[in-house]
Design a protein around this ligand. Structure first.
Ligand code: AVI
Length: 334
């Protein structure tokens, strides 16, 4: 099949922004303003992590993935490289692979290379440009594979294009992005995926495991300061897009492991009492007050099992690495 057989992205409207990563560079200016003001007017200030991913934020995230301290990306890649043949055998022939938040869609190649006669690849992402590029490249690389891009916010209910009747629908959600959902949102998301893949379907899910807090701390407080720049880029973005008056140097990157909730929390802490204007509205900060910008939940096996099972899936296999830091889970419907 040639690149010309790539379908035009199928659009699904997304009225509300997600609270997990997926590029918001495509979000309308008024939705960014509404999201920001809602978060900053609250008594405990917060911003949705989806706002990290403007063009500069996406580039900083790519740098994070290469950092020596940030183990998730390379660890998951190593597991996928080793286990792709096993995952492909479990998934079987004629799979329609649905990748949520496909982005540059590099990891999926490891699976597509191993699957027996995959019938379709459905990358889902909010970035129209990236989707078109990915679709054209993958279509050229895998002749015979139907590439059906869907331009949508995957945290909202999705309508998929028509898939071949005999295809087994398998969802692919790598990167441990599930950890950026609050547990109730994670459960609702997995529940929707379960509905989408149907009773014969499956899911391949990347999950970051609970581990030594020092390892976690270092991964989100890298020596080169890239994660700090990624966090502070939110302020730069608000200054540019919402005519905000943040003095970026007066906000400190703070990231720590919250043991009771089993999550890394990222914050931006004001070092002084100050008033900042955002889209014409005055927002006051006391010295030491923070904006909570991200949660990254780290799962142990009982918590993962509970999450998966309450969403209508069962864990068929947990593939891990030599340090037991990460899982690539193979899930099937209960
Ligand atoms: C995208 N997500 C899985 C990353 C994480 O580790 O939670 C985002 C990130 N935040 C800081 N560093 C990386």
């Amino acid at each position: 099949m040639s690149a010309s057989s790539v379908r035009q992205p199928h659009f699904v409207p997304s009225p509300q922004a997600p609270s997990v990563p997926s590029s918001t560079s495509a979000l309308a200016a008024d939705s960014v303003r509404d999201l920001v003001l809602r978060g900053l007017r609250a008594q405990v200030k917060s911003l949705p992590p989806s706002l990290f991913y403007d063009a500069a934020g996406a580039a900083l995230f790519e740098q994070i993935c290469e950092l020596p301290e940030y183990y998730p990306t390379r660890t998951e890649l190593a597991i996928l490289t080793r286990c792709a043949p096993t995952l492909a055998r479990a998934a079987g022939p004629h799979v329609a692979l649905i990748e949520y938040g496909s982005g540059a869609a590099t990891k999926v190649r490891l699976l597509l290379d191993q699957l027996e006669t995959p019938s379709a690849y459905v990358p889902v992402d909010v970035s129209h440009e990236q989707l078109e590029q990915v679709a054209a490249v993958r279509s050229a690389q895998y002749p015979g594979l139907r590439v059906l891009p869907v331009c949508a916010d995957y945290t909202r209910p999705l309508t998929l294009p028509r898939l071949p009747d005999d295809a087994r629908r398998v969802a692919f959600f790598p990167g441990s992005t599930i950890g950026n959902f609050h547990p109730t949102e994670a459960s609702a998301f997995l529940h929707r995926v379960r509905h989408t893949v149907g009773p014969r379907g499956g899911m391949i899910l990347g999950v970051d495991r609970r581990k030594d807090p020092d390892v976690l701390h270092n991964a989100y407080n890298d020596a080169a300061g890239v994660t700090a720049a990624f966090n502070r880029n939110l302020l730069v973005r608000m200054n540019r897009e919402l005519q905000a008056t943040f003095d970026v140097d007066t906000f400190r990157h703070v990231a720590f492991f919250n043991d009771a909730l089993s999550r890394i929390e990222m914050h931006l802490e004001s070092s002084v009492d100050q008033t900042v204007h955002v889209a014409g509205e005055a927002i006051t900060f006391a010295a030491g007050e923070t904006i909570h910008t991200e949660c990254s939940y780290k799962y142990d096996e009982p918590r993962l099992r509970t999450l998966v099972e309450e969403s209508g899936f069962r864990i068929e296999a947990l593939h891990t690495d030599a340090c037991d830091w990460f899982w690539v889970a193979w899930l099937t419907p209960i």
